[in-house]
Design a protein around this ligand. Structure first.
Ligand code: HEC
Length: 99
């Protein structure tokens, strides 16, 4: 999926300095985020990451990163791209991470 591929490229250039992709698909990550929404993950990343320079990500970059993280968890949101829109993303539960 094109959006997740963009997210993966961004992850490698902006996030891999501090994170491995594996930590965003491990049981602790799933357990924590399964109680929240796609919008919560989007807002967390957009507001707080990268930890060294919070606020530099555009909403489009943040949502592409979310698409990549969902793909790491085996979640494929279908053919439509996720919108860079916190309200609409807030309506999408992450309960499917609880596998
Ligand atoms: C300079 C180091 C650094 C960089 C670069 C960085 N992060 Fe983080 N990240 C952290 C730290 C430290 C935490 C834990 C702090 C917290 O939870 O507030 C964290 C937490 C997170 C979490 C929550 C993890 C969880 O288990 O709930 C996510 C998601 C995340 N980062 C995504 C990203 C993404 C996406 C990028 C790239 C745009 C990025 N981070 C870049 C240091 C970094």
């Amino acid at each position: 999926m094109a959006q997740a591929n963009r997210g993966r490229d961004q992850f490698r250039s902006m996030c891999a300095e501090c994170h491995t992709s594996g930590e965003f698909g491990d049981p602790a990550f799933k357990a924590k985020w399964a109680r929240r929404s796609v919008g919560d993950l989007f807002s967390f990343i957009h507001t707080n990451m990268p930890d060294s320079a919070p606020g530099i990500l555009t909403e489009q970059q943040a949502v592409d990163l979310v698409a990549y993280i969902l793909q790491l968890n085996g979640v494929t949101p279908g053919s439509a791209q996720l919108p860079p829109d916190a309200a609409r993303l807030g309506a999408i539960s992450l309960a499917s991470l609880r596998s």
